[in-house]
Design a protein around this ligand. Sequence first.
Ligand code: GLY
Ligand code: MN
Ligand code: MN
Length: 451
Amino acid sequence: MEASSPLSGNSVEAFRQRRLALIERMTRGGGGVALIPTSPEQARNRDSHYPYRADSYFQYLTGFIEPEAVLVIVAGRGDTAPQSVLFCREKNMEREIWDGFRHGPDGAREAFGLDAAHAIGELDARLAELLADQPVLWFSLGQDAGWDSRIATALNRVRAESRSGKHAPATIRDVRAELDAMRLIKDATELDIMRRVAAISTGAHSRAMCFVAPGRFEYEVEAELLHEFRRHGCEFPAYTSIVAGGANACVLHYVGNDKVLRDGDLLLIDAGGELSGYASDITRSFPVNGRFSGPQADVYSLVLAAQDAAIAAVRPGATFADPHEAALKVLVQGMIDLKLLSGTADAAMESESYKRFYMHRTSHWLGKDVHDAGEYKAGDRWAPLVPGMVLTIEPGCYVRPADDVPEAFWNIGVRIEDDAVVTADGCEIITAAAPKKIADIEALMRDARAG
Ligand code: GLY
Ligand code: MN
Ligand code: MN
């Protein structure tokens, strides 16, 4: 029996194209050999391990998700063709009875379209040979101490053979710089998966809205989210779900999720599934009892207006900073109108007094990692937005009790977060199906209660 692969929706060809794109970049950077290891397994306690999740760079290039594996890419030169070589666990009937299917080198080479594959146990013996006389080693130095030392040993073994005319690579370059640039622009296969995980995750938010009522516990709502992710095929939540009732919404990374939901409070849910190694990242804020109070609606409408402005700023030619600037402009004026801030908008921008209520940025890249790979700035210039990039749009307003803040707003925390794909003339909000207009949220919750 073959274990189903969570990456089975991806075509082998998409991975081959990514490896070819990396080879082109390596060739421009002097050729040589790249080593991309997957993540180690992590012990949780005694004999239990955390659920295994393959390294994002490694799975981006291979689609292979077993632990104990390394991809070696040789750029090739002259008459020597480039090669993609996988080192992975051997087949082992005894271990497969206990732990499940392993492809083994021959099966993996075939299934994942690689040029060659060997047992991971052969890596050290073959490494010196792979590195010898290569001009450049592409490796993520500093990411894992064990790998750093393994590579250093292999390089020293090549250097020890200098009297037989062998040379170790003179240059070591960080392969992540090239892969980060590639991962910033999603290909069609990636966008297809991201739309699917977005659809599953919006369904989970709608389900939570229908389920929530005073007296329920935050963890019960979390269970509804996880149920919805998993029953549609997500392997994991993309990050620990935040289910924050009332004042907990003002704790940005609240993950305790153990308090009771109270009539009259808002609930902030920041949760998304992970499908085939791709994240969704959605936040909705809504009333536990299904009806926004006046002050809750004031803060919510302000954040929604800020999000609208930010979304309108996402288009090719704009920069990564533009949605944040657009959201901030709306938020700061709104905070003044609600008397959360005093003085002028210019003064609030200058002094950054708004940071008391809005202390995070509006966007981050989204992809295989929820805070995805990719530079935000080149020098001191913000990254220009390009079709195929995916970023979140997530303004918020968090009001902690204080003497100089109108009491009506105390403990109201609102964030509204959607995932935007940059298109040729603007953006596509792939998470739009999760209700966010006040009337839509209230109607859904009312219908759920009536139904
Ligand atoms: N859920 C993580 C974030 O919004 O950045
Ligand atoms: Mn986010
Ligand atoms: Mn989020």
